[in-house]
Ligand binder design. Structure first.
Ligand SMILES: [Zn+2]
Length: 280
């Protein structure tokens, strides 16, 4: 196996999504990848990156991890205050030494997420909508602001990343289920991932990506794929829904295999619509 992927797997803040991102970059379809590591992990990553003929730029600023309790996502923010430094910092891996260095400087100098996103090759529409998240909006409100029409391209179904644990488009928040840039990136990463032995991983993502979802208020319910043993909630807790599921099925939330098929959530919720994704 590629020594760089092996190194990434040993970095405790890095994900399978980032393994796919590095793969896409090494195939020439992505300019750079951002990772968050700490001092102990730097030598391991540096050796692996240099062994692959790539370059690493290290940001000067440290990061603090901030947990969003609504979504369970962990965001990082720059933290220059004394005494509260977590030790984590961003590094940028690229085949272009100037770009790796430029990205590290841009992050250290507090450039906006739009500028960083552009350097990382992310869709402009997505980095623009990310600015709204930084002002305190819930990501589901932004992503699901307009769910009319559809069915949508399954490759732009960001909800699937919560069920499957991987986001082929990359480690960023897509702007909407209509985002063509996200769908194109996911499609390409899936093709490349399959070619390099990640078929099981991308199959799992695709099975979640074609699931229907329901969004009500600021909560999404992703109805489970056949054979997968849960349904998934993203957003604010809904004790009413969870209590209904538990009392009807006498099982915990991790074993509600039939819920998506047996319960019509639309009836229960009353004022939401199921929206669908199709494989293209
Ligand atoms: Zn977008």
């Amino acid at each position: 196996m590629n020594p760089l992927w092996l190194a990434i797997e040993r970095l405790h803040r890095c994900s399978l999504t980032q393994v796919l991102e590095l793969l896409v970059m090494q195939e020439g379809h992505k300019p750079a990848v951002r990772l968050v590591i700490d001092d102990h992990e730097l030598p391991l990553l540096k050796d692996a990156v240099e062994g692959e003929g790539l370059y690493l730029g290290k940001a000067r600023v440290r990061l603090r991890e901030v947990l969003d309790t609504e979504t369970g996502d962990i965001f990082t923010v720059s933290d220059d205050s004394c005494g509260s430094i977590s030790g984590a910092f961003a590094v940028f891996v690229s085949p272009e030494p100037d770009l790796a260095r430029h990205l590290a400087e841009a992050e250290s100098d507090g450039e906006t997420s739009v500028q960083l996103g552009r350097l990382l090759g992310l869709p402009d529409c997505c980095t623009a909508s990310y600015v709204l998240l930084q002002t305190g909006k819930n990501w589901l409100e932004v992503w699901g602001a307009d769910l009319s029409g559809g069915p949508f391209d399954a490759h732009a179904n960001h909800l699937a990343s919560f069920g499957s644990g991987v986001s082929p488009a990359g480690e960023y928040m897509p702007c909407s289920p209509r985002c063509r840039g996200t769908a194109d990136r996911a499609r390409l990463a899936i093709t490349i991932g399959r070619r390099h032995g990640f078929g099981g991983l991308v199959d799992r993502w695709e099975s979640w990506a074609t699931c229907s979802a329901i969004v009500v208020d600021r909560t999404a319910l992703l109805l489970s794929p056949p054979g997968d043993a849960c349904f998934f909630r993203v957003g604010e807790p809904r004790p009413d829904l969870e209590q209904m599921i538990q009392s009807n099925h006498k099982s915990d939330l991790g074993k509600t295999a039939e819920i998506g098929r047996r319960v019509d959530f639309r009836t229960f919720i009353g004022r939401s619509e199921e929206f669908k994704f199709r494989q293209t």
